[in-house]
Design a protein around this ligand. Structure first.
Ligand SMILES: *Cc1c(COP(=O)(O)O)cnc(C)c1O
Length: 297
């Protein structure tokens, strides 16, 4: 099935298009639909008693997994980073939504959460994942990459560069795998993680890609006033809603480099809007608590 592409603008001879993954999916929209698709199928064929996964309190992945579980009649469990959320859950639209969609949440301290890949993790939180299908944080695994490899469409060979935001690397890995070797895949890091380049390298063999890490705006879910104005202006001008954690930072970065004459990856640019719009409500709640400008919706 084809996903819509919108032409946005031409700056300094560079043409920018947006692929509307944010509008694509069944119930779940965006790259989390792609990443969960084959994992849900696998959980079903394994006859798993449920799915368990991990995420922060604003996580699109937790949100999407809860919704996928509801749609597919599969029980879901979410391990939440930060035990303080157990008594603040009503202030958090993402987590409230997870619960409303039937997800059982387990809140763990940041210290314990860090050990989620270790074998003793389950005994630390006194929970057995027996018969549950385990999906890692952010949903990145081999089946997720199979899903994100399906984002490229046949006619996409006309683009010189393919851009996407990067969290755990599953989305860019799919694009790298399905791109032509003469295309460049540009990832915009949404968080400060020195290891990210190595982590993506572990997922792919090709090297027609680059990671840009100077548009993180301070880190995951961190922001600056110029990012908020960019997102609000973008919506006014092009009628496309961007999220502040991923696609907003990516497009800010693309526009900025082109305007400064620093864009070196060809004239025809396709940027993937990976969705994540559910996070805006919680994000705005925090902005208004701090007396800061909100994202217009
Ligand atoms: C999770 C997410 C990403 C990052 O995807 P990775 O595969 O983890 O790199 C990008 N955009 C949105 C909207 C997301 O929810």
């Amino acid at each position: 099935m084809k996903v819509a592409t919108n032409f946005i603008t031409e700056i300094n001879g560079c043409k920018i298009w947006i692929r509307r993954e944010d509008e694509f999916g069944e119930g779940i929209k965006g790259n989390k639909y792609r990443k969960l698709k084959y994992n849900i199928l696998k959980a079903k064929t394994n006859n798993s008693k449920g799915i368990i996964t991990f995420g922060g309190a604003f996580s699109n992945h937790l949100f999407a997994t809860a919704l996928a579980g509801k749609i597919n009649g599969i029980k879901t469990f979410g391990i939440v980073r930060g035990d303080e959320w157990s008594y603040k859950v009503k202030e958090n639209p993402t987590l409230t939504n997870c619960i409303d969609n039937g997800m059982k949440l387990l809140y763990v301290s940041r210290k314990i959460y860090k050990q989620k890949s270790s074998s003793k993790f389950w005994s630390l939180i006194d929970f057995s994942p027996k018969d549950l299908y385990i999906i890692p944080e952010g949903g990145t695994n081999e089946l997720a990459i199979r899903g994100t490899s399906e984002m490229l469409q046949e006619e996409d060979g006309i683009y010189d560069s393919l851009c996407c935001p990067v969290g755990t690397g599953g989305t860019i890995a799919g694009l790298i795998k399905s791109s032509n070797s003469n295309q460049k895949v540009i990832g915009y890091s949404s968080l400060n993680n020195q290891e990210l380049k190595n982590e993506v390298n572990n997922l792919v063999k090709d090297n027609n890609w680059d990671l840009i890490d100077n548009y993180t705006f301070g880190g995951y879910a961190k922001t600056k006033p110029e990012l908020i104005s960019f997102i609000n202006n973008f919506k006014e001008k092009y009628s496309i809603q961007l999220d502040p954690i991923y696609s907003g930072k990516m497009l800010f970065g693309i526009f900025d480099k082109i305007k400064r004459g620093k864009w070196i990856w060809g004239k025809n640019i396709l940027a993937f809007h990976t969705g994540g719009l559910q996070s805006i409500e919680g994000f705005n709640l925090r902005q208004s608590q701090k007396g800061l400008t909100c994202i217009s919706i």
